[in-house]
Write a protein that binds this ligand. Structure first.
Ligand code: FAD
Length: 286
């Protein structure tokens, strides 16, 4: 099933993100965690991709398993970093044989230990048209309500996002944010710029204080004072932080849906307890 069919219904949807193992050793435990999340019957699940192709085969295997065993549509991530035109053709064939119809096309972050990166694509927008020419895929892209870290300014970032949607991107998924007003402002700005595709809100239920502080300092994500106080208080206690993180994410999601942002993607990070906590809290809402 193409994700555009879900978005067209214009009813709230809830999806979960998982990541593949880095090596074969971790495959069984990741498979088990992703199956527990798939058993919650989300609208779809996305499977990330290690930039540089480090998890290439596993991304497709995990997505294929979820889709075949649980009938949950999947979105397979794919990064430009280290992808040549030939490799893209092979990957498209692999995805088609696995029955995967949805691809999140990303540039990826260049790994520090990669000396020589061979790629035919510089930006995510460049790979989208080629993916589309290789099969009947529904293709999504990433977007950044607070601007991408490398962008000179927000206006330029939105102009680059327009290039991405003009290249055929069918929908966008946001980077995590913790202040919904940032998302509402972003939506206003991109609609004004003529970007009309569905935008899925990416929500991260925080379970680890140190980790979120590091991610926020790298990505420039704003932590509102109210949430920062929660992280300061519970960040070192995994059980307490998980509960507080799920509660905060739930509140964000309810506010988003109340304001017409219907499609929610939860960065569930292979944690079935996080996915089920969110799903349970939203019973009757989504
Ligand atoms: P692009 O859209 O190519 O943008 C990158 C930068 O270049 C931006 O600053 C943009 O403004 C600028 N730019 C874009 N087009 C142009 C142009 N034509 N001319 C000049 N400048 C331009 N990473 C992974 O490695 N694996 C994953 O699975 C993964 N999943 C993700 C899922 C989501 C929802 C999000 C939000 C991010 C994900 N990432 C993933 C991280 C992502 O790869 C990085 O944020 C990366 O730095 C940018 O990727 P992009 O696709 O947004 O890049």
């Amino acid at each position: 099933m193409k994700l555009t069919e879900i978005f067209e219904k214009n009813r709230p949807s809830l999806s979960f993100e998982v990541f593949p193992p880095k090596t074969s050793d971790g495959f069984d435990s990741v498979k088990e965690a992703t199956e527990k999340i798939a058993a919650l019957s989300p609208s779809y699940m996305s499977v990330t991709y290690g930039a540089g192709g480090t998890t290439k085969g596993y991304t497709v295997k995990i997505a294929e398993n979820i889709q075949k065993k649980y009938n949950v549509p999947t979105l397979s991530h794919l990064t430009c970093v280290s992808v040549t035109k030939e490799l893209l053709r092979e990957t498209a064939d692999e995805l088609k044989s696995a029955g995967i119809e949805n691809i999140l096309a990303l540039r990826g972050d260049i790994p520090k230990d990669m000396n020589e990166v061979k790629t035919d694509y510089k930006y995510a927008s460049e790979i989208i048209a080629d993916i589309k020419s290789l099969g009947d895929f529904c293709v999504g892209g990433a977007c950044y309500p607070e601007g991408h870290v490398e962008s000179k300014n927000f206006t330029e970032d939105i102009m680059n996002l327009k290039i991405k949607t003009d290249a055929g991107c069918d929908f966008l998924t946001t980077q995590m944010f913790f202040d919904n007003n940032i998302m509402y402002n972003f939506l206003y700005r991109i609609r004004e710029a003529g970007i009309t595709v569905p935008v899925v809100a990416g929500i991260m239920p925080v379970t680890n204080g140190r980790q979120i502080s590091r991610i926020c300092s790298l990505s420039g994500t704003y932590l509102p004072r109210r949430f920062k106080t929660i992280v300061d208080k519970f960040g070192e206690n995994t059980e307490a932080m998980t509960k507080a993180g799920i509660a905060y994410a739930t509140e964000q999601i309810i506010d988003l849906i109340a304001n017409g942002v219907n499609h929610i993607h939860v960065y569930s990070m292979n944690k079935p307890e996080v996915a089920s906590g969110i799903k349970e809290n939203l019973k009757g809402i989504i």
